[in-house]
Design a protein around this ligand. Structure first.
Ligand code: MG
Length: 169
């Protein structure tokens, strides 16, 4: 029952994503949460490392999309230098906007992966959409208050996951 919150893959940061393996699995589109997945929630713009990473994804022919529950201002500001498809107020773990974006990119659930730092929003959302899910360790310990409240319970659920698969955090 808890499996719906579990990722298929766990990485310590987006830079550790097994890109070649994803390619071989037939993954063509990558959907990213922003806050605490790519940058801390209170960092408004991508740094050089982030920009280069997205450049690399493009060179590898991955289609990419930002899927955030945060507001338009935050998402647009963050996306200014990346200039990729971006969804704000995505309503995760609802999957309506995610599936819309997936279709817009011309992909399906088998060719899509969702990457995020939260089990209850991101992993739940990606799993419900039928995509491959990748959990990242949050990039920083600072959280928005609403997220902070969720983290406690989330930690309990993820403890089950890490224990089950013998994964070191
Ligand atoms: Mg997040």
């Amino acid at each position: 029952m808890l499996e719906i919150f579990f990722p298929d893959i766990y990485v310590k940061s987006i830079y550790e994503m097994p890109l070649d393996k994803l390619k071989n699995k037939g993954i063509k589109a990558l959907f990213f949460d922003i806050d605490n997945t790519i940058v801390p929630f209170d960092v408004s713009e991508p740094d050089e490392k982030v920009i280069n990473f997205f450049k690399k994804l493009k060179e590898m022919n991955f289609k990419v999309c930002l899927v955030s529950n945060n507001n338009k201002h935050r998402v647009n500001m963050f996306n200014k230098k990346l200039n990729i498809l971006a969804i704000s107020r995505a309503g995760k773990p609802g999957i309506k906007k995610l599936l819309e974006a997936m279709r817009k990119l011309g992909e399906n659930k088998e060719s899509s992966a969702f990457i995020g730092d939260q089990a209850f929003t991101d992993m739940y959302c990606g799993n419900r959409a039928g995509m491959l899910t990748i959990l990242t360790k949050p990039v920083c310990n600072r959280d928005q208050l609403v997220t902070k409240v969720k983290r406690g319970l989330e930690r309990l659920v993820l403890n089950v996951y890490f224990k089950k698969y013998g994964i070191e955090r």
